[in-house]
Ligand binder design. Structure first.
Ligand code: 13P
Length: 287
């Protein structure tokens, strides 16, 4: 059964580790992530962007697929199904469809509007026992066509949003979705520290987990990050493994064209990436 992300993140914050949110794109992604979490006895959050939800034929299809897998694959570790960077309407749709967690990304609105909309969704998710993530200060890079400049969050605004009763808070600290540019300035630990000082027990979320050096990940966790989002890195490892299979001509040997064979190396590559991240984040054995 899907669970809210609240308990797993409260434990992570107290235990000084982070739970990974891995974005899903299809059945192979979902199965690879769930099986790895089970093998490593780690809690996990499956992230679904609005674009990926549409691609997978809608939120209800996603809920059906994930719930089916939890049962058929005997997944017993805590799993949350979470809308990633949701709009207000998208969040309502996911709540209706059976997600156990939503992110409302109101970071592009003026702070008053972000507060007003987040407040409404906090009320709704609280009533239903679901978790909710809010965002202050946009995350740089592009995701589903939304381009953020990546400015650092204002710690006072973070406190205002945290005080609304959200489950977890994503604060922009110079992080970027996708690959980091050569001249990237790195994470702003000064901002993160200031945000944590003001928000106390609130689990903080680090987006753009792909390509952040290990020492920065560890430092971020030590400063209160309890959830780290990874998307691009699974896509890169899946693509590289699939490319290798095709370049070696394996799709042209025997029944190598069978999708179950063709997608197998990519599936294994996602498993390996997820394993590396769970080990780095410290969530192994914490289910
Ligand atoms: P990356 O694609 O950079 O790993 O970011 C994922 C993310 O933050 C999803 O919200």
């Amino acid at each position: 059964m899907l669970v809210s992300a609240k308990d797993m993140l409260t434990k992570a914050k107290q235990g000084h580790y982070a739970v990974g949110q891995f974005n899903i794109n299809n059945l192979e992604w979902t199965k690879a992530i769930l099986m790895t979490a089970q093998e490593l006895n780690s809690p996990v959050i499956l992230g679904v962007s609005e674009g990926a939800g549409k691609y997978m034929a809608g939120y209800k299809t996603v809920v059906g697929m994930v719930n089916g897998m939890l049962e058929e694959l005997n997944i017993t570790v805590p799993v949350a199904l979470h809308l990633d960077h949701g709009s207000y309407e998208g969040a309502l749709k996911c709540i209706e469809a059976g997600f156990s967690s939503v992110m409302f990304d109101g970071s592009h609105y003026p702070i008053e509007e972000n507060i007003a909309k987040t407040k409404e969704l906090v009320k709704l998710t609280n009533e239903k026992g679901l978790s909710i993530e809010a965002e202050v200060g946009s995350i740089g890079g592009e995701e589903d066509g939304v381009v953020g400049a990546g400015e650092c969050a204002d710690p006072q605004e973070c406190k205002q949003i945290a005080d609304l009763g959200v489950t977890m808070l994503a604060a922009g600290i110079g992080n970027i979705h996708g690959k980091y540019p050569e001249n990237w300035a790195g994470l702003s630990f000064e901002t993160l520290d200031a945000v944590q000082q003001l928000t106390g027990e609130m689990p903080l979320v680090l987006h753009g987990g792909t390509g952040i050096p290990e020492d920065m990940i560890k430092k971020a966790i030590s400063l209160g990050v309890s959830k780290i989002n990874v998307n691009t890195e699974c896509q890169l490892s899946f693509a590289a493994a699939t490319r290798k299979y095709v370049e070696e001509g394996k799709d042209q040997q025997g029944k190598g064209f069978d999708p179950r064979k063709l997608l197998a190396p990519g599936f294994e590559a996602i498993k390996e990436t997820v394993k590396e991240k769970m080990e780095l984040f410290g969530s192994v054995g914490k289910a």
